[in-house]
Design a protein around this ligand. Structure first.
Ligand code: COS
Length: 378
């Protein structure tokens, strides 16, 4: 039975992660922002490797992953996202890769020297992932050639390898998709950065007859949709944890500001309109946190209704974080909109998670499908 107060070790680990994020990771983000290089912050990812945090992506359970993401997000969203993207891109290799694929790619990924990316979305297939059209056409007996486009791929085009989902069987929907591990230096693979409302790099990929072989397949041919969905099942609660970390950071800022700011002959917090808003923010954040922990713990216990619970956690936490960050901005007034303010940063960060790894509407569809698939209670 899991009760959702964390145990003392978990609480101490979260505090230690927040300290590491402030002392070791945030300075690397600031240094990167000053530089010209843009794109993937390789020193940051390498530091995540040196601190052993990337190792944790592959050795810890879903709940530990959530605690890690929430703790980092409270202090340094860039470090959080760099960590998460290594996990999303490399989880299919960890879970479905051959021994050779795992031995070749996972050690440098864990060390932060190889940058991973998860390439599912296409210009014509976002929420409807099973409509993906990137063609994998047989190329003699040697393998396939990949032709088509991917879009809105985090870490593209700078990643060192991509988990690419391609259509091996035309007209077969979800049952005709294969996952391939494609190194970035394969001939015919190019890409371009997109200028997005997102602090981490996102881009497009173009495949012009890129050769892939049987040794590049992750899992089984035509069973790649499952690779994508099970990866998302693992990561969706932790997107919720990222959102909870951001909500908590916004709440902390709002508490500090409203306790300190003089207005109307007292402090802002003395206004009931303000204190009730803060109470609402805290209550919703705590509810989101509990839903995230519960979904992750259910995943770790291997319970059957994982997809729906993961969907509820992601949906509720990302929508809550949007509300909490927006309300924190309102309570701060104009200063929060100044470039470089924590809340200006969080306001930009908080929007994308309601779309990526399954938009809120997709999460509702997953939840509803699971509800209606159950035997009605007589
Ligand atoms: N976990 C495990 N298996 C799943 C699954 C899940 N969460 N969701 C679907 N599947 C399996 C189904 O069991 C089914 O398997 P069989 O073919 O063996 O029966 C197969 O996948 C197809 O399922 P379904 O018919 O439900 O697929 P749909 O085409 O209706 O799509 C949604 C389902 C909308 C849930 C899916 O397309 C999705 O998650 N879209 C969002 C994609 C996304 O997150 N994109 C962001 C990319 S990362 S930034």
């Amino acid at each position: 039975m899991t009760a959702f107060s964390l145990n003392p070790e978990q609480t101490a680990r979260c505090a230690q992660l927040r300290e590491l994020a402030a002392e070791r990771l945030r300075p690397l983000v600031e240094a990167h922002a000053k530089g010209e290089e843009g794109g993937v912050n390789r020193p940051l990812t390498e530091a995540l490797g040196e601190l052993g945090l990337l190792e944790g992506l592959f050795t810890s359970g879903a709940l530990d992953l959530c605690l890690m993401r929430e703790s980092l997000a409270r202090v340094c969203t860039e470090a959080e996202t760099a960590l998460a993207l290594q996990g999303l891109g490399a989880h299919p290799v960890h879970a479905y890769g051959s021994l050779e694929q795992r031995e070749h790619w996972l050690p440098p990924t864990r060390a932060g020297r190889a940058i991973a990316a998860f390439a599912l979305s296409e210009p014509g297939a976002g929420s409807d992932a099973a409509a993906l059209a990137l063609r994998a056409e047989p190329d003699g007996s040697a393998g396939w050639r990949l032709t088509g486009e991917k879009s809105w791929i985090s870490n593209a085009p700078e990643a060192d390898f991509y988990t690419v989902f391609a259509r091996t069987s035309p007209d077969a929907g979800a049952r005709g998709v294969t996952a391939f591990l494609v190194p970035a230096d394969r001939a015919g693979l190019t890409g371009a950065p997109l200028d997005m409302l997102s602090p981490h790099p996102i881009g497009t990929l173009a495949f012009d007859g890129v050769r892939v072989f049987a040794a590049d397949v992750l899992g089984d041919v035509d069973h790649g949709f499952r690779v994508a969905m099970t990866t998302l099942n693992r990561f969706r609660p932790s997107v919720g944890a990222f959102a909870v970390g951001m909500a908590q950071a916004a709440l902390d800022a709002a508490l500090a500001h409203t306790a300190d700011r003089d207005a109307f002959g007292g402090k802002l917090k003395d206004l009931q309109a303000v204190s009730h808003q803060v109470a609402e923010m805290a209550t919703r954040t705590e509810a989101a946190r509990l839903l995230v922990y519960a979904a992750a713990a259910a995943y770790d216990r291997g319970e059957p209704d994982i997809a729906g619970r993961a969907a509820m956690a992601k949906l509720f936490a990302t929508e809550t974080a949007q509300f909490v960050v927006d309300t924190a901005v309102q309570l701060h007034g104009a200063r929060a909109l100044q470039r470089g303010h924590l809340l200006e940063h969080l306001y930009r960060e908080v929007r994308a998670p309601r779309i990526y790894e399954g938009a809120s509407e997709v999460q509702r569809a997953v939840i509803a499908k699971e509800l209606y698939s159950k035997e009605p209670i007589a």
